[in-house]
Design a binder for this molecule. Structure first.
Ligand code: GDP
Length: 425
């Protein structure tokens, strides 16, 4: 992925998240100097399997699993400091050296306990199916200009009034829900004052650090969370996350210029999944849905929720490729389809007499839309040991070729299992 002209690369999910970005970042991080998270928060969950060990990373970039790679949490992330340190402690307990390798942007906004309270008790959050980690309310406070940033922890004199303002708003929200729970200023301040001595020493101007890295020839990987169809602008609004998950958001959220990004790798599963509510045009009926969920182990890394499963949707992936300017595609979990006798690819949606080949902004256009499928023979052989395209059964290669033509993006990687080495690059 990296060469003399391609040194800043963004990795984005090109479906509804959980595409296996964590594994791709882990594989590509081997040649990176920096790995930077640019949006989302502890609602993300990247799972990386190394040998017998599994690591689920919620906020720390997956690059941390490679010694020598420096990792940063950018300004576009909403940071939950409490769970950050739980994550760091768990990594250290597993023998991962984090000291001096992890930086947090001073501009990142903080997720506080009252954000989680508001998130968990809000019926709007329930309707969307959020993870309840306080991400949406923290971004709301950021945009409403009552957020608390990491750098505010340096100013204890100012911190109380900032927290009072945000808690006041949270309590007004809770009162409007008709619930008895209330947020509390003193306990919030106690938590922040307890965490500040650990957080401030790893706090820095991350955008500037990355810029300096780029100007001195460093390889930088920008690690997206969630997926393009969950982007607050381009996704299936309102069933979206609260941040810009696409490559445009990568520059903003890492604090670097959009002109500094050289390539964008989109990660897609060989099929489609989504967690939470909202449209999923190619969603499978039973018993196929359960079969695919079981084979793909499609349960959320953060919440354990069963994921909804469907056939590969070429309309969705081509839309994601356009919005994010994908220069390459990584297809993951091809092995999950190994046992199917036939597989389908969606090429458009039929609504009445019309076929829609572009993903609509207006979700009502998807009401009653019938996915148009191209059926292909399954390969009914294990792909888990394939390390080159030539090792794949002809039917699997044909399936990948069709994905490539539908998405109009060259496939650069194919993943055939959870392990690091189970990849064709
Ligand atoms: P992310 O948020 O995009 O990183 O995705 P998740 O970590 O939530 O989900 C990816 C899951 O799929 C993890 O458990 C990975 O180990 C697993 N995975 C990734 N690539 C493959 C693959 O090629 N085959 C199989 N069977 N599992 C994979």
């Amino acid at each position: 992925m990296f060469d003399s002209r391609t040194r800043t690369v963004v990795i984005v999910g090109a479906q509804w998240g959980d595409e296996g970005k964590g594994k791709l970042v882990d594989v590509l991080a081997e040649r990176a100097d920096w790995v930077v998270r640019y949006q989302g928060g502890a609602n993300a969950g990247h799972t990386v399997h190394i040998g017998e060990k599994s690591f689920v990373l919620h906020q720390i970039p997956s690059g941390i699993l490679h010694p020598g790679v420096r990792c940063a949490i950018g300004n576009g992330v909403v940071l939950d400091p409490d769970t950050l340190f739980t994550e760091i402690d768990e990594l250290v307990a597993e023998g991962v050296d984090v000291q001096g390798r992890l930086y947090v942007s001073d501009r990142a906004h903080l997720v506080m306990p009252f954000h989680k309270l508001v998130d968990s008790l809000s019926s709007a959050s329930r309707d969307i199916g959020t993870t309840g980690r306080g991400i949406g309310p923290a971004y709301e406070d950021k945009i409403a200009r009552r957020g608390v940033r990491v750098l505010d922890l340096r100013h204890t004199d100012r911190l109380r009034s900032l927290v009072e303002k945000a808690v006041g708003h949270a309590n007004a929200m809770l009162a409007s829900y008709g619930v008895a729970e209330r947020a509390d200023v003193d306990s919030t301040l106690e938590l922040l004052e307890r965490l500040a001595p650990r957080l401030l020493p790893i706090t820095d101007d991350v955008g500037l650090m990355i810029h300096r890295g780029i100007t001195t020839g460093a390889n930088v990987l920008l690690e997206g969370a969630q997926g393009s169809l969950l982007d607050v602008d381009h996704g299936t609004y309102p069933f979206v996350t609260s941040s810009s998950t696409t490559s445009g958001g990568a520059a903003i959220g890492a604090g670097i210029s959009p002109m500094a990004i050289h390539a964008a790798l989109g990660v897609v599963k060989a099929y489609t999944t989504r967690v939470g509510n909202g449209p999923l045009p190619t969603e499978l009926d039973e018993p196929l849905a359960t079969e695919m969920r079981t084979l793909g182990n499609e349960f959320g890394a953060t919440t354990g929720r069963p994921r909804r499963c469907g056939w590969f949707d070429g309309v969705v992936a081509r839309y994601a490729a356009r919005i994010t300017g994908l220069t390459g595609l990584a297809v993951t979990k091809l092995d999950v389809l190994d046992t199917f006798d036939r597989v389908a690819l969606c090429t458009g949606y039929r609504v009445g007499d019309a076929i829609h080949a572009e993903f609509p902004a207006d979700l009502t256009a998807l009401d009653g839309a019938a996915p148009q499928y191209e059926w292909m023979d399954g390969w009914q052989a294990s792909t888990a040991a394939a390390r080159t395209l030539g090792d794949l059964p002809a039917a699997a290669r044909k399936y990948l070729d069709r994905i490539e033509s539908l998405v109009e993006t060259p496939i650069t990687h194919v993943s055939v299992g959870t392990r690091r080495d189970q990849i064709i690059g």
